[in-house]
Design a protein. Sequence first.
Length: 232
Amino acid sequence: MSTDGDFKKEKLLGKSFIFEALDDHARQELANFSFIKRYTAGDTIFTMGEPGQSMMAIAEGSVRVSMFTPSDREVTLNDLQAGDVFGEIAMLDGQERSASVKALTNCTLVVLERRALLDLLNRNPALSIRLIELLCRRVRRSDERMIEIAFLDLPARLAKLVLRLTVTAPASEDKPLSKLSQSQSELAGMIGNSRENVNRCLRRWQKAELVDLKDGWLIIRDRARLEALADG
């Protein structure tokens, strides 16, 4: 018999790309073996190298996935929003966390323990396929990132990032956002470069009227020209 709390978790799981593939019974079963955890903006959810025995689905808020280079520079791998999941690699192979995750905003997460999720994966092909699709997306994005760093100059990489962030933001279901709140240090971390170089590039774009920099916002003024830059 499910409780009100389980029903809430079931609804939250239904917002996720992976778990929307489950029927009501399977989703309820998974909810029975999960729990809700809340974090405040800035909290560390887990750190690279820690043991990993769970996967998290974001019900509310956003998180940042990052790792540190041997020189102790933080590189941002991804910003994830409500409906996304993370922690799936360590959950599947039972090894250490492959990256660190912190809360960008106040977050509500549904935590799924490894044993219960693996049991459901063994019995539910639809969930297994969705998880494979997620892993393939992550591998493709990782490959794209390596190619961008290796072969594209800074303006092209930065333009690709700005366009990608404005399309994948939560409020962009109908049309892309026209501005971003990420700091120049955060943007630099996402493309593997320095804040100083990103600042110089953005200032050039501002003079050319591609963007505006105002009150901490990066405002897109000419999306078509940014798209042309992103295409090299």
